[in-house]
Structures are given as structure tokens and as C-alpha cells.
Design a protein around this ligand. Structure first.
Ligand code: HEC
Length: 168
């Protein structure tokens, strides 16, 4: 019962977050966007990802995993670039573990976004919240062409999960 109620609360919170209006309304949002090396990606993140992963990338409870301190590791894992693109395009379902915590949710896919937009969101996610400092100096940002190459795969969220790289 309690779990159901928490679930309902989460859905309400997400709807409220999604209805906040276009990102860029508030000065705080604008400041975050301008601080990113990828302002276009940051603005998209505020619109498309923040409701679940939060503006500071810390996630939300056991429902939405953190991207802060995780996205840079993910993109650097073997096969991580393709996997990151796949999960943004096609979504993700099934059980995963991040920073010692287990998540078993479903993330929607964003196939409707352009190749450029998907690349920009990922580049923002891996460099935001101090992530830039944990990337090697020669890190090559995700290119729109790499996103275009993944469009042929047409995966479902569980197939994306099956391709998740193993991380230490
Ligand atoms: C409706 C909520 C929701 C939205 C919106 C959302 N995500 Fe997620 N995301 C999730 C959930 C839930 C998971 C964990 C899925 C699981 O348990 O299999 C997740 C997982 C992730 C992961 C971790 C994947 C891994 O294998 O470690 C990344 C990275 C990620 N999301 C990035 C994004 C980005 C970037 C956006 C915006 C384009 C976004 N998410 C939008 C809910 C969401």
C-alpha cells in the first residue's frame, strides 16, 4: 500500500515538474544553462531530463538514478558511448545498479530529438556537476554522426538494458 502511494506521489511530482513551463523561465535555470560548456544540451536537459534526474543530476530516491558522478563513468566504459546514445534514443528498462543502489524503473526514449540534440544532451550530462574534471583531457564529445549511426538499431528498452556495459 505504502509503495503504491509513493508511486502515485512520484507520478504527480513528475507531472508537476513537466508542467513547470519552458526551461529558461527562472533565473536559476538560466544560470545553470549558461554555466554549462554545452548550453544547448543544458537547456534540453532542463526540459527533457530534469523531471526525473533533477537539475543537480542527483536523481530521486530509489526511482530515478543519479547522473552526477555516474554519467562520466558510463560514457568511458567499454561500449559506453554507443550505450549512452541507445538509452537516450530508445529508453531503458529492467534492473540496473548505480553507486550501490538498485533501480528497476523504465526510462522513456527520446527518438524524436535530432542527432544534434541527443549529442548535446549527452555531452552536457557527462560534463555537468563536476563531471568534466573526471573526464580525460582527450575526451572526444559525442558527435551527431555517432547518434545517426545508432538510429538503425531500433531497440526496445529491455534490449538496451541487455547491452549495458559492465562498470567497476
Ligand atoms: C520519466 C523519467 C525519466 C526521464 C524523463 C529521463 N530518465 Fe533517465 N532514467 C530513468 C530511470 C527510471 C532510469 C533507470 C532505468 C532502469 O532502472 O532500468 C534512468 C536511467 C538513466 C541513466 C543511467 C543508465 C545506466 O545504465 O546507468 C542515464 C545515463 C539516464 N537515465 C539519462 C537520461 C537523460 C540524458 C535524460 C533526458 C534526455 C533522461 N535520462 C530522462 C528515468 C528517466
Amino acid at each position: 500500500m505504502a509503495a503504491t502511494r509513493i508511486g502515485l506521489l512520484m507520478v504527480c511530482a513528475m507531472i508537476l515538474a513537466a508542467c513547470e513551463g519552458p526551461a529558461g523561465d527562472s533565473e536559476a535555470t538560466e544560470a545553470r544553462v549558461q554555466a554549462s560548456p554545452y548550453p544547448h544540451g543544458a537547456a534540453l536537459y532542463e526540459r527533457q531530463c530534469r523531471a526525473c534526474h533533477q537539475s543537480d543530476g542527483s536523481g530521486l530516491g530509489n526511482h530515478f538514478p543519479p547522473l552526477a558522478g555516474h554519467a562520466p563513468d558510463l560514457v568511458q566504459a567499454e561500449g559506453g558511448r554507443a550505450y549512452f546514445i541507445d538509452l537516450v534514443l530508445y529508453g531503458l528498462g529492467g534492473q540496473i545498479e548505480i553507486q550501490g543502489r538498485t533501480y528497476s524503473g523504465v526510462m522513456p526514449g527520446f527518438r524524436r530529438l535530432s542527432d544534434k540534440d541527443v549529442a548535446a544532451i549527452i555531452n552536457h550530462s557527462v560534463t555537468a556537476w563536476g563531471g568534466e574534471d573526471s573526464l580525460p583531457e582527450d575526451f572526444k564529445p559525442i558527435q551527431p554522426e555517432e547518434v545517426a549511426e545508432r538510429r538503425e538499431e531500433r531497440l526496445n528498452p529491455n534490449q538496451v538494458r541487455e547491452r549495458r556495459p559492465t562498470m567497476e
